[in-house]
Design a binder for this molecule. Structure first.
Ligand SMILES: *Cc1c(COP(=O)(O)O)cnc(C)c1O
Length: 363
């Protein structure tokens, strides 16, 4: 069994993907070509049409570009969840700013708005909520709080492209947002890729300039930038996958419901709030005997993973950001108890049943 079945997905879309790749190869427009412009328009349309969508080199770079466009300065404090992938905090530290780790909600695992309030100081400039495992954070509350303190909000939507919050798409919920097209994400390319989204024309223009070496005219560089472009080949592949994406999301939703029906008496199954739709980047459960359960699943050739075993504030890379006030009991517990089961659109009913049967035998 595969954790994410990209090989099967390729067999389904092979003809379309090969035709698109062939088109790019024949045009030799590998950088900033028409395939990229087309995919950017498709992403914008997917989010409702009024959002600027800018392809870039990875989800990590999307976050970095967002922070650079927001003019983050060394010493600025940015509030992020303690329970997330390293990249959310890494980009903050990379710019010399200070990641301020905040605990998460025990049901949704997204940043806890009540805790954010306690972390705000006069140095705080913004908040990066993560829509973890595909479920958007509580953006109405977070945006309101941010307005009250005059902070910006950037959604880390690396796992949640396609998800919804109160009828609006993830990546269109904040003034700026980032996603990832890493192969294993719900919408993945065949290498690294990402995108920045914003409803602010001025920020969009800044992102476009920064991701192209700060260039405003050929060999005229107005600001310090990076090479953060999305390859045309990846954009062409993503255009094909986006056509099939909504059906895949429905298939993920169906798989999640089947998992929950069979597992809810055995482990803590994911809770998605009524006002949200998850993109099911991960199907992550909780149990005290996680390591033992994973071992036996592994013996039965069922791959599992732990997202994430170490709270960010305990990462060695962040050890120079001591926070003596930090208590993150929810993150601490999650890091010891969560594990993720195979999740992709092509999971079969038999696969889910097999996993559930083995888990019933263990627990
Ligand atoms: C995957 C991921 C990223 C980074 O995306 P890459 O494309 O791998 O750079 C950032 N944040 C979160 C929450 C992620 O899951």
């Amino acid at each position: 069994m595969q954790f994410v079945d990209l090989k099967y997905q390729y067999t389904l879309y092979k003809k379309e993907i090969q035709a698109e790749i062939d088109g790019v190869l024949k045009s030799a427009a590998f950088i900033k070509g028409p395939a990229l412009t087309k995919f950017e328009t498709e992403m914008s349309d997917y989010l409702g049409g009024s959002i600027h969508a800018i392809g870039c080199s990875s989800g990590t770079d999307a976050l970095l570009l967002g922070l650079m466009a927001l003019d983050v300065q060394p010493g600025d404090e940015i509030i992020i969840p303690d329970f997330t992938f390293i990249a959310t905090g890494e980009v903050v530290a990379f710019l010399g700013a200070v990641p301020v780790f905040c605990d998460v909600d025990p049901e949704t695992y997204t940043i806890d708005p009540e805790q954010i309030r306690k972390k705000v100081t006069e140095k705080t400039v913004g908040i990066i909520p993560v829509s973890i495992f595909g479920q958007p954070a509580d953006f109405d509350r977070i945006n309101t709080l941010a307005q009250n303190y005059d902070l910006w909000v950037m959604e880390d939507g690396a796992q949640s492209f396609g998800a919804e919050y109160k009828g609006k798409k993830s990546c269109s919920l904040t003034q700026i947002a980032a996603t990832s097209f890493f192969p294993a994400k719900p919408l993945g390319c065949y290498g690294d890729g990402g995108a920045v989204f914003t409803n602010d024309e001025r920020l969009a223009e800044k992102v476009r300039i920064i991701l192209n070496h700060g260039q405003i005219k050929r060999y005229h560089h107005a600001v310090i930038g990076i090479n953060g472009r999305l390859d045309s080949l990846q954009a062409a592949i993503l255009s094909v996958k986006l056509r099939h994406f909504d059906i895949e999301l429905q298939q993920r939703q169906a798989a999640a419901e089947k998992y929950t029906a069979q597992l809810e008496n055995l482990v803590s199954t994911p809770i998605v709030m009524n006002d949200r739709i998850s993109s099911w980047a991960q199907y992550t459960v909780q149990h005290e005997n996680r390591d033992q359960i994973r071992e036996i699943l592994g013996e039965n050739e069922i791959p599992t993973a732990v997202h994430y075993p170490i709270p960010l504030h305990e990462q060695e890379a962040f050890s120079h950001f001591p926070d003596s006030n930090l208590t993150a009991p929810v993150t601490k517990k999650l890091s010891k108890q969560v594990f993720s089961l195979p999740m992709h659109p092509f999971l079969k009913d038999e696969d889910i049943k097999k996993i559930a049967d083995i888990m019933r035998g263990i627990i």
